[in-house]
Design a protein around this ligand. Structure first.
Ligand code: TXA
Ligand code: MG
Length: 349
């Protein structure tokens, strides 16, 4: 049975942290909120515990986990090469939504790094995550708390939907703010490389680290033979049961094309959904229209994205047509996830 506990933001929380810490110390699994998405945590240095994460998620074993810490000093415990870039990035962005890839020390088990010589490390800023790491006294290995391939959870109800009965405890606290997973930057080689875009942008990293590259696979197509450096980025991901298609181009034409596609599918008896911006939300004829917020508000689109994708399944929608979103800041992370959710099916008009 899965214990579900809601954070009350008062003294009664103490008991929740104690209980969760006991579970983690004894090799169990606890889902908890972070500032990006919910994580599914286990003791990172306990191979049996982390093996349970892979089983609960149905995650391929070559897909490594992020180790969460609560003190910058712990970088030295986990990595044998905490270089100047890592020190600067930690200073500028931690605690926060940045994951660093660094050469690993032997104490980090190969089973959580997918056999790689590097380890992914993040110090989350969310108070529940930080307190859980401190109370348990363990480093917490945590992927997003979804069934592998599904959209990451940004609300407790998403975690309960995917993980109830599969893990020991869910800490519910709907204060996940950012909505897309952390930016991953590889600092194990000479030039820092972004492996996964997130809330911390390339520009922000460049201001601190100088030249920063982006892994070509971030916006590219695996089918074109571009293999991502982050193993997890090569899988079909973030997708609801519904079939997702992105329609991009001139705004008027996009609305026209999406309505045309909706009409076609509805004639076949299918239920259709549209993911759009506030400016266009009134223009569609569909069974469900999800308004992601103003076209100018990339952060709001990020916050809404995974809940929006999940909401189509809740309503039995079979085809989802989505507009594309601007990619100047966190919007790049939004489009990166959306393109994967769509399995790279993009119609240009
Ligand atoms: O915001 C986040 O990062 C959330 C919260 C819970 O912290 N976690 C998260 O974990 O998104 P997950 O497992 O869903 O994504 C981790 C990504 C995967 O794409 C994985 O392949 C990559 O990080 N990764 C982990 N270790 C790596 C390594 N040593 N080298 C390259 N990529 C790595
Ligand atoms: Mg994930």
């Amino acid at each position: 049975d899965t214990v579900i506990k809601k954070i009350m933001h008062d003294d009664s929380d103490d008991e929740i942290y104690e209980q969760a810490a006991e579970i983690l110390k004894n090799g169990g699994l606890v889902a908890f909120p972070t500032e990006t998405v919910y994580g599914l945590g286990a003791d990172a240095l306990d191979e049996k515990a982390s093996a349970k994460i892979y089983a609960a998620k149905g995650r391929p074993s070559d897909n490594p986990l992020i180790v969460h810490i609560a003190d910058k000093k712990d970088l030295e415990v986990l990595s044998c090469d905490v270089n100047d870039m890592a020190v600067k990035a930690a200073e500028a962005f931690w605690p926060g939504p940045l994951t660093m890839i660094l050469k690993k020390k032997d104490i980090v088990p190969d089973s959580i790094t997918g056999g790689l010589g590097t380890v992914a490390i993040r110090m989350p800023s969310h108070p529940v995550a930080a307190r859980l790491i401190k109370t348990s006294g363990v480093y917490i290995a945590a992927p997003s708390a979804n069934i592998s391939g599904k959209p990451s959870p940004t609300k407790a109800e998403h975690v309960i939907h995917d993980m109830n009965g599969r893990i020991n405890m869910i800490i519910a606290d709907d204060t996940v703010d950012i909505g897309v997973e952390s930016t991953i930057v590889d600092l194990s080689e000479d030039v820092p490389t972004i492996l996964r875009p997130g809330f911390i942008t390339k520009k922000q990293l460049e201001d601190v680290l100088g030249e920063v590259k982006v892994d070509p696979a971030v916006m590219g197509n695996v089918a074109d033979g571009i293999v991502p450096k982050a193993p997890g980025m090569k899988y079909k991901h973030y997708s609801p049961d519904a079939n997702v298609v992105i329609v991009t181009g001139d705004s008027d034409k996009v609305v026209g094309k999406i309505n045309e596609l909706c009409e076609l599918r509805r004639k076949e008896g299918k239920r259709v959904g549209v993911m759009t911006v506030s400016e266009d939300a009134g223009c569609y004829n569909a069974d469900k229209v999800v308004d992601m917020g103003s076209r100018c508000d990339e952060a709001l689109a990020a916050k809404n994205l995974f809940a929006a994708l999940r909401s189509f399944d809740e309503d039995g929608i079979q085809y989802v047509y989505s507009e594309s979103f601007p990619t100047d800041n966190v919007g790049q992370a939004v489009m990166n996830r959306l393109i994967k959710a769509a399995g790279h099916t993009i119609i240009r008009v």
